[in-house]
Design a binder for this molecule. Sequence first.
Ligand SMILES: Cc1ncc(C[n+]2csc(CCOP(=O)(O)OP(=O)(O)O)c2C)c(N)n1
Ligand SMILES: [Mg+2]
Length: 693
Amino acid sequence: MGTVAQTTKQPGIDQLCINTIRTLAMDAVQQANSGHPGAPMGLAPVAYTLWQQFLRFDPDDPIWPNRDRFVLSNGHASMLLYSLLHLSGVKAVNPKYEQLGELAVKMEDIKRFRQLDSKCPGHPEYRWTSGVETTTGPLGQGVSNSVGMAIASDWLAQHFNRPGFEMFDFKVYAICGDGDMMEGISGEAASLAGHLQLKNLCWIYDNNHITIEGHTDLAFDEDIAARFAGYKWNVMHVLDANNTEALAAAFARFAAGTGKPTLIVVDSHIAYGAPHKQDTAAAHGEPLGEEEIRLTKKFYGWPEDAKFLVPDGVRENFAAGVGKRGKQARDEWMKLFDAYRAKYPEMAARILQMQHRELPEGWDKNLPTFPADAKGLATRDSSAKVENAIAENFPWLIGGSADLAPSTKTLLKFDGAGDFEPGNYAGRNFHFGIREHAMGGVLNGLSLSKIRPYGSTFLIFSDYMREPIRLSAVMEVPVIYVFTHDSIGVGEDGPTHQPIEQLVALRAIPGLITLRPGDANEATEAWRVIMQLSHEPAALVLSRQALPTLDRTKYASAAGVAKGAYILADAEDGKPELLLLATGSEVFLAVEAYEILKMDGIRARVVSMPSWEIFDHQPDEYRESVLPSGVTARISIEQASTMGWQRYVGPRGRMIGMHTFGASAPLKELQKKFGFVPERVVATAKELLGKAR
Ligand SMILES: Cc1ncc(C[n+]2csc(CCOP(=O)(O)OP(=O)(O)O)c2C)c(N)n1
Ligand SMILES: [Mg+2]
């Protein structure tokens, strides 16, 4: 704590606060010898004005449901956010929502920026640092999350608000940079936001003309204002990031409401005030250097040798601004909530359930079971029935598709489900348009707002949204991804639409639960598993083509799905000499081969293995009981890359899978061409057992 001589460059406390943000960023990056000082320095007046004068955010309770959301989409500028969290005294909460009372970001954390266990990691991490609303760093993700949050604000308002009870009306602010604007996902997300007329959404674009390689002229000279006008946004331009009055006027205009999303283009200077590095790429991603820092501090009228200085009055000023306004808003909301609870107890309980990611009572009461049926149905169709049955009893399960709902079958069809669109923000069916990448980002934003979202497309296009899927897992938010058309079973559409490497790619994401059910009853059980996840995202992988519904009086119950893998059909004495491991559409193929082998006197066991991840988490004894280590004759069967199956089939096993791209032809021909026929499985089994003739 120290004092700073007031010079003409420090006309008041606001400037002092702004320069505190700047110097903390400079000092932290220098100390870490790593990081991005330039953007926080340029943006400090923007973020300060927003937080101090507009953001409804209570530092004592950074998770109250109707708080405004602040997203730092240019996550590399993380020191900007950490400085704000520290200076406004945001309190830490643990993931269970028990207030801990400590500061979310202590000075010690800032001094240990980018070091192990510091609450100030390189990029902002949701769940790790309280007050961070979403994990950012991969450019473009944060702005797409903000669209999901703004949708959530409107949906929650429509769902919960009653006359005299504005339970939800929060605004969503996202700061973004040139990188966010260049990434295609920002265009997808902005286009969707404009279409949906998300009036609570405000992006602030740090127009500093600098990226890593140099001036943006190198690669980027589009007319951003024209672009966003085209998206039907309200666009404003602040010509100087240091003009806090102009900034405040722009925010006030947004707050007054325009019926559209708002973009504020702010012309700024990266590393503002650094005599040799301002407006250069050198200020983007490396420390300014001790000497440059001294000169910059001198320019700010700061003590040149002071480090991590928070002058007297700065914290108090934040407390009197964002702190006081936030607490008042939060306390009023809590009072309103009490009255709401008295009048609408069920709705109030629902708000709390959502906040804690709990399941509504009776959510699973109508889960369908499917009778044995040789013709069967596609798992996309059985899944559709299950999803609809759950959603009717799960009011905040909402989602949609990237223009493929007629194919992925994820539409909610019961009365009152409705479409989410301007004029009907209570709708539960989303039309994301052909924007897979933004869909993933929006789903994350919805989930961060405690809605339970799902999104669907073809499995092949999961690659378009891989980053948001990964971020769901990083953030531990339970987004549900529904991927249909899961193999060469797609048939005539050919290799461009036939997933090969997507399954293993999804399985490689830590924390993501991938499930590929083998028939209709496994689809029911897969949904049962997924709905009970509160911190893991799930990828539900479904077939386009019909799969026989197994006779569960003859074969084991589909309840085994809950364990990831289970014995579906066994050798009569329970002592198999051969294991057939399969998922999804290949489960029935394994059963067919099993029946043939049985007639030939071969003792096979079929293991249905819808989820590797869940199986891997079972106790050793269970895994050993399903895959006895003594049985080394094992065959995996899956219409996908065989990568990864080695660890289940072992060194003596065989893998029947895809080693090339598929082809365009009717399914039956493809199955023959690529060897997904019982004869091939049987021949492989006999060869493996040394029983081939
Ligand atoms: C998707 C993605 N691609 C690349 C990067 C690496 N990267 C980090 S910052 C940056 C430049 C960003 O420029 P800008 O948004 O203008 O930030 P400024 O230099 O103005 O702070 C790049 C390419 C990234 N973080 N995410
Ligand atoms: Mg830039």
